[in-house]
Write a protein that binds this ligand. Structure first.
Ligand code: DON
Length: 576
């Protein structure tokens, strides 16, 4: 894990706390606002992806074309995080119609994935099956999203928007530390599979920093998608290879499961917070519901007026309650009834607030099952604004580092291990230490619950696009970023903000080293909290924002990740 200098964290934290003194977004003096952003802005976890997106804008494309180019490129340059073998959520705002839509490209469970299939002879969760190889993989959704977004919202053909990704897959890109380190952590699993060895050991050794990493098979699969659309992946040659590999490695997918995969367009979840109109991820993400619960619960306090210990206490108690509800109620709304309007109503938050002692931690109830240790944080997020005011907030993933580790020979496609996001055994924690019950039990065609939380925040003066990877910590990472914007921080300061997290179980506050000073930790402990005050840095937040009054664009890329890039293209170069 990466670390950032203490002094830097402390400085940013004090900026955050000081600027908490600013007024809520609604209370600011009304002033003239610009009708359109003065150009385009993109933030992503890799400079090649940000550049590919900006290239599409230069070619006359819109934010949706840029999103296809960025997503395609991330699938090539961050195989450790996301790719064609995985899925994602794309929150879109179409400026012309004024419509917001949530494109759900989450993986689905194959029919073979019954709960019993993931238990060993003793009835315990078989973690190897849940996290490695063919059984851990859901039916991929990302290729369907690329095609859907290009055809329904883009202006440019896929042959143009996927061209940069195809070129880099074929010609290669320089290996960076996260790829090399991630490979070392998953090596024993990845090298079980012939297709994976062909990609990652093509010259006999694993990828090393500075070497050029080429994926010619992946270039061909991307080309097939560019020319044949959905059929380039879900039927025909690629599908045949994927099905054969899953079978050869002992898993079971049917051709119909692949060919019937469809993205879902869902209505985003909306709520208000201190004058911001928040548009965010509905189920099967748990992110929007949890954000609404946490922010609406916390809105009973003026966070700016609280000392750091009480501010942290209020946030943590709100997080604890929201993550408890996540565990019990949330799952795929196509399969279970999720009480979204109850959980996101301000009255429900008022009820939660009434249970919150201002000076004392509420101990989390215990449930059977030992939380497992956290895995490395992968997954990737990008944020886009264009000159028309179109917006994209997208988080995509193969779940854990290098997903299932399984590449189908001849395709370059590394399959996800998203099945671990289901509650495979009720009450038993997954890789992120979160558990679930019936609402998130696996079932044929069902989407596993996610924490991915692509979000927009809009106020009279500012428009924000924000999101992040980090497993169950995604929600609190986005939450703290939103509070940073509300406190008046810049996009870059928001991306750098020190992080804290609580997820009900385990009952502990996780804090990055330097996020909480020793006096605050002591005060929290006196209230009954357990605090891990010096955890390694986590997350990789990417955000862009438009200041409507000053008519300026800015981007923020997480300083914890050296490959990220946020950039702004002024209007002269960004076609109107
Ligand atoms: O959808 C989810 O919530 C997870 N599969 C995301 C995984 C992730 O962020 C990995 N990084 N820690």
């Amino acid at each position: 894990m990466r670390s950032i200098p203490l002094t830097f964290l402390a400085r940013v934290l004090s900026v955050a706390l000081l600027s908490c003194a600013t007024l809520p977004a609604t209370a600011k003096t009304p002033a003239k606002v610009a009708a359109h952003p003065p150009g385009a802005a993109i933030a992503s976890a890799h400079s090649l992806a940000t550049e590919a997106g900006l290239d599409m804008i230069r070619k006359g494309g819109n934010a949706f074309d840029a999103a296809v180019a960025v997503s395609g490129m991330l699938s090539v340059v961050e195989p450790v995080s996301s790719g064609l073998g995985g899925g994602g959520f794309f929150l879109l705002h179409d400026a012309k119609s004024g419509r917001d839509v949530f494109v759900d490209a989450r993986e689905t469970a194959p029919e073979s994935a019954t709960p019993a299939a993931f238990l060993d002879a003793k009835g315990d969760l078989d973690r190897d099956r849940a996290q490695n190889g063919p059984w851990s993989a859901g039916i991929p959704g990302l290729p369907a999203a690329l095609v859907h977004i290009a055809q329904k919202y883009g202006r440019l053909p896929l042959s143009t928007t996927l061209a940069p990704a195809i070129r880099i897959a074929r010609d290669g890109f320089p290996v960076y530390a996260r790829l090399e380190k991630g490979y070392a952590s998953r090596r024993s699993v990845m090298e079980r599979y012939r297709g994976t060895r062909e990609v990652f050991l093509s010259d006999g050794d694993p990828p090393k920093v500075g070497e050029t990493f080429r994926q010619p098979d992946l270039a061909r699969t991307l080309e097939l998608i560019a020319t044949r659309g959905r059929d380039g992946f879900y039927t025909g040659e690629t599908a045949t290879r994927l099905l054969a590999t899953v079978k050869e490695e002992g898993g079971r997918w049917t051709p119909a499961e692949l060919s019937n995969y469809r993205v879902r367009e869902r209505a985003p979840l909306r709520f208000d917070y201190r004058g911001w109109k928040v548009t965010t991820a509905p189920p099967p993400s748990s992110g929007g519901v949890a954000l609404a619960e946490i922010l609406q619960t916390a809105s009973g306090w003026d966070l700016a007026k609280l000392d750091p210990a009480h501010r942290t206490h209020v946030l943590v108690e709100a997080m604890r309650r929201a993550y408890r509800d996540r565990t019990i109620y949330l799952g795929d709304p196509d399969f279970v009834k999720v009480p979204v309007s109850r959980l996101t109503s301000p009255d429900y938050a008022a009820g939660l607030r009434a249970t919150l002692h201002p000076e004392k931690a509420t101990p989390s109830e215990l449930l059977p099952g030992q939380p497992a240790p956290l895995e490395d944080d992968e997954t990737t997020h990008f944020s886009i604004i264009d000159a028309q005011g179109n917006l994209v907030s997208a988080t995509q993933t193969v779940n854990l580092t290098y997903g299932s580790g399984l590449v189908a020979p001849g395709t370059g496609v590394l399959l996800n291990n998203e099945m671990d996001d289901f509650a495979l055994k009720p009450g038993t924690a997954n890789a992120f230490g979160v558990m679930g019950f019936e609402a998130n039990a696996p079932k044929a065609g069902k989407r596993m619950l996610s924490s991915m939380t692509p979000t927009f925040m809009d106020s009279p003066g500012k428009l924000v696009v924000i999101g992040a990877p980090g497993g169950s910590r995604i929600i609190t990472e986005v939450l703290l970023g939103m509070l940073g914007y509300d406190a008046g921080l810049s996009a870059q300061q928001v991306a750098a903000l020190p992080r804290i997290h609580h997820q009900w179980m385990p009952d502990v506050i996780s804090a990055e080293a330097g996020a909480l000073d020793p006096a605050t930790v002591r005060a929290l402990e006196a209230m009954g909290h357990r605090v891990n005050a010096a955890e390694s840095a986590w997350g990789n937040l990417q955000t862009v924002a438009w200041d409507k009054r000053g008519n300026t664009l800015e981007g923020g890329t997480d300083p914890r990740n050296p490959t990220g890039k946020a950039d702004v293209l002024p209007v002269a170069s960004a076609a109107k």
